[in-house]
Design a protein around this ligand. Structure first.
Ligand SMILES: NC(=O)c1ccc[n+]([C@@H]2O[C@H](COP(=O)([O-])OP(=O)(O)OC[C@H]3O[C@@H](n4cnc5c(N)ncnc54)[C@H](O)[C@@H]3O)[C@@H](O)[C@H]2O)c1
Length: 339
């Protein structure tokens, strides 16, 4: 009788432990390799100090937050985007809150679509700091428009910016890394580079292009194990991405932005990007639910995933057509329900 009871207790304990792990998994905000690295892996505070890190799109959102978190690690920073005043603001805040001095941060204005300037910009970064350890390809813009309504100019511009601009800067920086046989090229891709969604056909295409490009490039660099290519795939993250999104016309700005509070905190996303860099992870998914689960479905059960994406997508289109923000109305309700 005692043995039987003991066995029952053990079984109950194992079941409880399993349940706890399942709940953890459902609440996870990163893929399993990434969460393992965060728990047991190398810490950014040990690994990334003394590095020279070039962040594009550093004037806003994820890039801006990366600059703040990196400045606390004692790295040297090159901050790039188009607006100098915004970059100077980010630099000032890095100096106020971080461990850096003015000489440790170079504000380097750069338009990713102006490819003829990328070589000179790379030269300036190298002249300033003598090396580039990490290039974070973060600058980019999203899209909110239906394909049937959207001008081809928009598709061209998205590819110019998100895809060709990133490839061009990588082409300028990579020879330097090859010469040193070391470096990290970290590209902020998206869950939209794994799957897709309505209203973002061009954006998703540009992110799939980046995914294919960097996965191929990684295989070309196997003679240089010290050069790491990391693809970061975030789901929705708080930033100005919706405000800055392309619409159906190249000159038209977004008029409905909506409440972005249901999205992952920018600081959490940036922290997980630092963990990725510290642990040389090759591809990571950073996302709250249900997007993370959909990403797993896309990998393992694509037909089911597309059925689900269709259901969510229908809602997005309805919202969009009725003049609401595509996601916030139902996502905020969902978030409140499962909090
Ligand atoms: N926020 C999200 O939900 C999310 C999700 C997945 C991936 N991403 C990716 O994260 C990256 C950063 O976006 P974010 O969310 O911080 O948006 P954001 O709009 O807040 O920031 C975008 C940054 O890119 C810069 N940029 C835009 N056009 C540029 C150009 N022509 N040349 C140089 N810089 C330019 C902007 O100035 C800004 O600094 C993007 O690549 C985006 O695709 C964002």
């Amino acid at each position: 009788m005692t043995w039987e009871l003991l066995l029952w207790l053990l079984a109950l304990g194992a079941l409880l432990a399993l349940l706890v792990q399942l709940v953890r998994l459902v609440r996870a905000d990163g893929d399993l390799t990434l969460l393992w690295a965060e728990w047991q892996g190398r810490r950014p505070e040990w690994e990334l100090t003394d590095m020279v890190v070039w962040v594009t799109g550093a004037s806003s959102g994820i890039g801006e937050e990366l600059a703040y978190q990196l400045s606390k690690l004692g790295v040297s920073l090159v901050l790039s985007a188009r607006r100098v005043d915004e970059l100077e603001r980010v630099k000032r805040r890095c100096l106020e809150n971080g461990n850096l001095k003015g000489k440790d941060i170079l504000v380097l204005p750069l338009d990713l679509t102006n490819r003829s300037t990328h070589e000179a910009a790379t030269k300036m970064a190298l002249e300033e700091f003598g090396k580039i350890d990490i290039l974070i390809n973060n600058g980019g813009r999203s899209q909110r428009s239906l394909f049937v309504d959207t001008s081809l100019d928009v598709y061209k511009e998205i590819m110019e910016l998100n895809y060709l601009g990133t490839v061009s800067l990588t082409k300028c920086v990579l020879p330097h890394m090859i010469e040193r046989k070391q470096g990290k090229i970290v590209t902020v891709n998206s869950i939209m580079g794994i799957g897709s969604a309505p209203l973002a056909t061009g954006y998703s295409a540009s992110k799939h292009a980046l995914q294919g490009f960097f996965n191929g490039l990684r295989t070309e660099l196997t003679d240089y194990p010290g050069i790491v290519i990391s693809n970061i795939c975030p789901g929705p993250v708080q930033s100005n991405i919706v405000k800055n999104a392309f619409t159906e016309d190249i000159t038209k700005r977004m008029d409905v932005i909506g409440d972005q509070s249901y999205k992952m905190a920018t600081s959490r996303c940036a922290r997980l990007i630092l963990v990725t860099m510290a642990n040389d992870l090759k591809e990571v998914w950073i996302s709250d639910q249900p997007y993370l689960l959909i990403a797993y479905l896309w990998q393992y059960m694509p037909t089911w995933a597309w059925w689900l994406a269709g259901k969510v997508g229908k809602r997005r289109i309805e919202n969009f057509k009725s003049g609401l923000d595509a996601d916030s109305s139902y996502m905020i309700a969902l978030k409140k329900k499962y909090k």
